[in-house]
Design a protein around this ligand. Structure first.
Ligand code: ADP
Ligand code: UDP
Length: 237
């Protein structure tokens, strides 16, 4: 089966094949942070993120959440539905960390009263700024799209918090993306992995996510392998 590279991103290559409406997402070993000002890579990152994403998408589908995921085709490649992406990054938070700590002056690790949803404009040149609904309407998004993004973020959070919790991981925060298929149906897209989630060990508080790379904490390879082991080896309710 021939593949044509459609797009090369920071973490994945996206291919089209002769199957219409279907893409291949090839997860790379490269990592970037701080809007690609920091770069690195480690063996096994693509394999871990592909398998973690596949397991989580399959779990969410079983919980009735529509996703782009079709199947995993090899160690680093997932087959997905080709979507028209909304230029939105939906961030959901349960515990203060990262940019929310800076925004509210909260120490990292402070639990939030209720999940917080943020909508950011997916635009590297602008640094993915957080915008409100008025800004997004100006950019052409509809209230239906914005409402879907927020609702999906909360549904994914409600499903994944206990999923990770049962595996000894606190879901501190995460980012998702949304797209529309050819019939106009909106669904969850992109990836869900330690690149896009903050996951803290419930017992030790150890960070098992991309913050190990962002903050030079060491042990990043081991952390991703540990998440992979817990996500794919644990109970699957
Ligand atoms: P980035 O573009 O931020 O560097 P990646 O390397 O992860 O990120 O590239 C994946 C790209 O594919 C992203 O731009 C994402 O919005 C897009 N994408 C994710 N899922 C789909 C999909 N199902 N259909 C079309 N595009 C998608
Ligand atoms: N995130 C992401 N991609 C981005 C920005 C954020 O996957 O372009 C994830 C990040 O891994 C974290 C959550 O979204 O789980 C919130 O990130 P935050 O806004 O705190 O950004 P940071 O300060 O880490 O850059």
């Amino acid at each position: 089966m021939g593949r044509t590279l459609l797009y090369e991103g920071k973490a994945k290559q996206i291919f089209e094949t002769d199957e219409a409406g279907v893409l291949l997402h090839r997860y790379k070993d490269e990592a970037t942070a701080f809007n690609a000002r920091k770069r690195g890579s480690w063996a096994g990152k693509g394999r871990a993120n592909a398998a973690i994403s596949a397991a989580i998408f399959a779990y969410l589908e079983r919980r009735g959440i529509p996703t782009h995921f079709i199947e995993q085709v090899d160690e680093v490649t997932l087959k997905t539905r080709r979507l028209q992406m909304l230029p939105v990054e939906v961030v959901v938070r349960n515990v203060a960390a990262g940019s929310l700590s800076r925004l509210l002056g909260y120490e990292e690790g402070r639990p939030l009263r209720a999940p917080i949803v943020e909508l950011c404009y997916k635009n590297d040149a602008l640094g993915d700024p957080m915008l409100n609904w008025y800004h997004f309407r100006e950019l052409g998004l509809t209230d239906e799209e914005l409402g879907f993004c927020e609702g999906l973020g909360l549904r994914v959070n409600a499903a994944l918090r206990p999923f990770f919790g049962e595996r000894g991981l606190e879901l501190v925060d995460f980012k998702i993306e949304v797209g529309r298929d050819a019939e106009g149906r909106m669904m969850l897209a992109d990836e869900i992995s330690p690149d896009t989630c903050r996951l803290w060990d419930k017992k030790t508080g150890e960070r098992l996510d991309k913050d190990r790379f962002r903050r030079d904490l060491g042990g990043v390879e081991e952390a991703y392998e540990e998440v992979l082991r817990r996500v794919t080896g644990g109970e699957d309710s």
